[in-house]
Design a protein around this ligand. Structure first.
Ligand code: DGL
Length: 247
């Protein structure tokens, strides 16, 4: 099985990490649009245009599947990508909704959705969760976490101050959707802020759950061939991959 993983930049490597840990693919081709990141502040038309270009890029490889690791793209451009792709395309928003619904037995549970401005404005998570019977929802655009994580700040004063800025007025949630590729890197700090009993939904683990439960992926590959591509400075992306993925 050969999969293409698409993200606006380096953040989608958090999804690759989950795929590698679960040994689901023989080959992973990663493409990060590092020249045009961030997508989270762009409008729908632009996000769709860039996403379609990513599908065109992946046509250079014989892929069995494309995984959209970027929440912003998954929220805005999945249908358009499916229209132009010759292989199936799945995204982290659908997977995150499924994983949240599987994790919460009580439909009254309070769910906090975090993401970029574009993801939150799309209401994609809210619509999907409401269809599953969850109506006790809070959504918050927390785009500042993206540059903070890119600065490799995973704890400490700057992060704490940003938490207070975004979270002080919120109700304590039962579950939090980490609806952005970068947020799993600060999941420990987010968990500490809200309390250890809060369930955290991670896009990478959600995609693995969807592949295993819904798509019945059972094969395990002892080794995975990795290829990394970026629209700007691929060496920088490869260096982050080495660090985040321990390769
Ligand atoms: N990859 C994006 C996401 O998951 C975050 C970075 C960006 O804004 O492009 O929404």
């Amino acid at each position: 099985m050969k999969v293409g993983v698409f993200d606006s930049g380096i953040g989608g490597l958090t999804v690759v990490k989950s795929l590698l840990e679960n040994k689901l693919f023989e080959e992973i081709v990663y493409f990060g649009d590092t020249a045009r990141v961030p997508y989270g502040i762009k409008d729908k038309t632009t996000i769709i245009r860039y996403a379609i270009e990513a599908v065109e890029f992946f046509k250079n490889f014989e892929l069995d599947l494309i995984i959209v690791a970027c929440n912003t793209v998954s929220a805005h451009a999945l249908d358009e990508m499916r229209e132009v792709s010759s292989c199936p395309v799945i995204g982290v928003v659908e997977a995150g909704i499924l994983a949240t619904s599987n994790a919460l037995k009580d439909k009254n549970s309070n769910i906090l959705i975090l993401g970029t401005k574009a993801t939150i404005n799309s209401k994609a998570y809210e619509i999907g969760l409401k269809e599953k019977g969850f109506n006790n929802l809070q959504a918050k655009a927390t785009g500042l976490f993206v540059p903070i994580v890119e600065e490799e700040i995973y704890s400490g004063e700057i992060l704490e101050a940003t938490f207070r800025h975004y979270f002080d007025a919120l109700k304590k949630p039962d579950a939090i959707i980490l609806g952005c590729t970068h947020f799993p890197l600060i999941s420990d700090a987010i968990g500490n802020y809200f309390g250890k009993d809060t369930i955290l939904i991670h896009s990478g683990d959600a995609i693995v759950e969807q592949l295993e439960l819904d798509f019945k992926f059972t094969a395990k590959y002892e080794t995975t061939k990795l290829e990394f591509f970026a629209s700007e400075n691929p060496e920088a992306l490869k260096n982050v991959a080495k660090k985040w993925l321990n390769i």
